[in-house]
Ligand binder design. Sequence first.
Ligand code: NAD
Length: 269
Amino acid sequence: MGKQLQGQVALVTGSSTGIGAAVARALAEAGAAVIINYHSDKSKGDAEEILEEIKSAGGDGFVHQCDISKEEEVLNMFSAILSRYGTLDIAVTNAGIQQDAPFLEMTLEQWNAVIGTNLTGQFLCAREAAKEFKRRGVDGSRSKAAGKIICMSSVHEVIPWAGHVNYAASKGGVKLLMQSMAQELAPYKIRVNSLAPGAIKTRINKDAWDTPEDEKKLLELIPYGRIGAPEDIAKAAVWLASDESDYVTGTTLFIDGGMTLYPGFADNG
Ligand code: NAD
């Protein structure tokens, strides 16, 4: 991989584990300094380990604890980024959670927790990033764009999901949050896009691939015949963050092995 992000600064929320960790590593490998955001004290060690890896490969960055659903903590995180690096070029609003329950039993706490992290958290981080991108404007020595926002959506921005209405509603919300931001921010040369993973092997969906039976059932939903890896998403994040995708804004890139192709219809329905 080339160094197409050399000299740029990237924030990746929820990057102590899973997809976020892979995105942080890949952006660093492409030359960006990376802010590894983690949520709770127990994730601190994982976040520091990823930063160590990045540094021993010659990269740069720092770790920062922040609950992205809390406005004050997000503002503090952005202050820390600006005081360390002066600006920001790339925001990957990745952090997300699931709290599943049948609709009739879903509590308001479960609803609010998922909407608060997956939708409001992405709104807060994208808003603060966009303010800085607009303030700085285009600096051709960094990138053709003033900044790049990459939202982490899901195939569930289009596939309804019984038993997970809070999650599906949050990702459906991310779809129009992303598109509306893209429309509003394009005149400032800020690009906004989403990545929509299908089934990627991380702890968030461990129940779906944990046993051979579960894995077999999950594969029935994936025409391409394999479960995704965090690196599948990370490679696309590097592309969306780079000038290689300079004319791409307002788009959701599905990375799902064909999960959104209605696999149930493959044998004529
Ligand atoms: P993960 O659980 O490994 O990662 C989620 C990360 O978000 C964790 O590091 C967690 O600590 C962090 N986080 C949670 N709440 C937070 C908060 N309030 N503030 C800051 N950080 C917080 O799971 P993952 O699969 O890597 O998920 C990453 C993103 O990808 C999520 O938005 C998820 O919805 C999305 N996604 C994942 C899949 C998949 O199959 N794994 C599919 C579609 C979408």
